[in-house]
Design a protein around this ligand. Structure first.
Ligand code: SAH
Ligand code: SF4
Length: 436
């Protein structure tokens, strides 16, 4: 979502004559768009500011805005700690950035700027008037923001605010712009994307309605959505996986833990049994569907038995392309302060869990060898004759080619793989041996 927001910030500042540069030392203004989900993200912000100060040591200081969830959560603290920052702007007020830059430019505003209101309606009202200029083959499109679920470990409900769904027609309009710009794949985004619900005078629109609508766009090849919460996987959404042929057969459905006891302590609002039921229902309508997940290791109270249940779940669901993190205590969240897990125990568990995920991943990728997969190519890798694309399951695929493959949908015969990617050659054989 930060990538979507950063692109939209760029669209906004074009109106006041700013553009993006690839050369950091050229910049007149820096926008550090930040994430607050885990502690490390905050450290990275201060580290980046340190680098910036070095770069501009004997030169005029560039303007510096810190945006995103770190700015939202630590606004005053940041302005006090780091004088180099000219303003902090929260994720629901970044539509004000052109105004803020103008104020700082004219130096009328001697005080630092703190813009951290939750103006989500006003934000999208402003953004709806500005064309989305992203011309990426694979583009993101935010349809929903915020969260009302209040998992006990998570800062999102406090930094992004309550659940908000954008107007159905505005989302469709922006999707059309992206397709006109050349996008062949759209990923619909939300902190809880499947909680999307937009009500007008006549209808209630859900995520499934958007999927069906986008599925009819002729020039669009692929649709994805992320991140979904198990609690909001409704019947109509499951049905969309059957009826929308452009909806890709991989679902990121974070489970966090394989233990119902820990899920309960986290306030996830579902059990492991219910999670399995959702997976089975989706498999019934879409037999080739695969799942990816996020896992949190070492949540307070996690015993060896709880952790083993997470390993069992991984074995049973055979997740691919998943993310795992050691629990990071976040300020203001209600996760218990007692029963914390010794960091060495958490680290060892994380290593075991990642080894299990990796083992499944290589077993799974091994099955691709000698088979053909459909790849949507996105871009050329820097200064090489290699092109980067993704298969239906979001696996990264790299192929050498003299011809420009960007934007093309092609069959690739896989001949190698590593931890990150599949490698192959363009498959010309009419009698292709398709991967499952
Ligand atoms: N709304 C999504 C997740 C959004 S946050 C959902 O509920 O599934 C993305 C991921 O960050 C989470 O799935 C979780 O695994 C991780 N995360 C969030 N807070 C965390 C914390 N305090 N410590 C470690 N990981 C965390
Ligand atoms: Fe955070 Fe997701 Fe839980 Fe919302 S549902 S509180 S975003 S982890």
């Amino acid at each position: 979502m930060n990538e979507y927001d950063s692109n939209r910030i760029l669209d906004l500042v074009k109106s006041i004559g700013y553009t993006a540069t690839n050369n950091p030392s050229d910049a007149d203004c820096y926008v550090l768009n930040t994430c607050h989900i885990r502690e490390k993200a905050t450290d990275k912000v201060y580290h980046d500011i340190g680098r910036l100060k070095k770069e501009f040591r004997n030169r005029k200081k560039p303007m510096l805005l810190v945006t995103g969830c770190v700015a939202q959560a630590e606004s005053v603290e940041m302005l006090n700690r780091e004088k180099y920052i000219d303003g902090v702007v929260g994720p629901q007020s970044y539509h004000l950035i052109p105004e803020i830059i103008k104020k700082i430019e004219s130096n009328k505003n001697k005080n630092k700027i703190n813009s951290t209101e939750f103006d989500v309606v006003e934000k999208f009202d402003t953004l709806n008037l500005i064309k989305n200029s992203s011309s990426k083959i694979s583009s993101y499109l935010t349809i929903q923001e915020g969260c009302d679920k209040f998992c006990h470990f998570c800062v999102v409900p406090y930094t992004r605010g309550p659940e908000f769904s954008r107007s159905f027609s505005e989302v469709v309009k922006e999707a059309k712009q992206l397709v006109q710009n050349g996008s062949k794949e759209i990923t619909l985004l939300g902190q809880n994307v499947n909680a999307y619900e937009y009500i007008d005078q006549t209808n209630t629109y859900r995520l499934s309605d958007l999927l069906v609508k986008l599925n009819n766009f002729k020039e669009l090849n692929r649709i994805r959505y992320t991140t979904s919460h198990p609690k909001d996987v409704t019947k109509d959404l499951i049905q969309a996986h059957k009826s929308c042929d452009k909806l890709m057969p991989i679902l990121h459905l974070p489970v966090q833990s394989g233990s119902s006891k820990i899920l309960n302590a986290m306030n996830r609002k579902h059990s492991i049994l219910e999670y399995h039921e959702i997976i089975e229902e989706l498999k019934r309508v879409k037999p080739d569907i695969r799942f990816s997940s996020d896992f949190i290791i070492g949540y307070p109270g996690e015993t060896e038995d709880d952790f083993n249940q997470t390993l069992d779940l991984i074995e049973r669901v055979q997740f691919i392309n998943s993310y795992s993190f050691i629990y990071s205590p976040r300020p203001g969240t209600p996760a218990p302060k007692k029963d914390t897990i010794n960091p060495d125990v958490s680290k060892k568990r994380l290593i075991r869990l990642q080894a299990a995920l990796e083992e499944n991943n290589s077993k799974y990728k091994n099955e691709f060898l000698g088979k053909s997969i459909e790849v949507l190519f996105e871009n050329k890798l820097d200064k090489q004759n290699k092109y980067f694309g993704r298969d239906k399951f979001l696996n990264s695929v790299i192929v050498e080619s003299d011809q420009d493959l960007s934007g093309q949908l092609m069959y690739i015969e896989v001949n190698n793989f590593n931890h990150n990617s599949l490698f192959g050659t363009i498959s010309n054989d009419e009698k292709r041996n398709f991967a499952a």
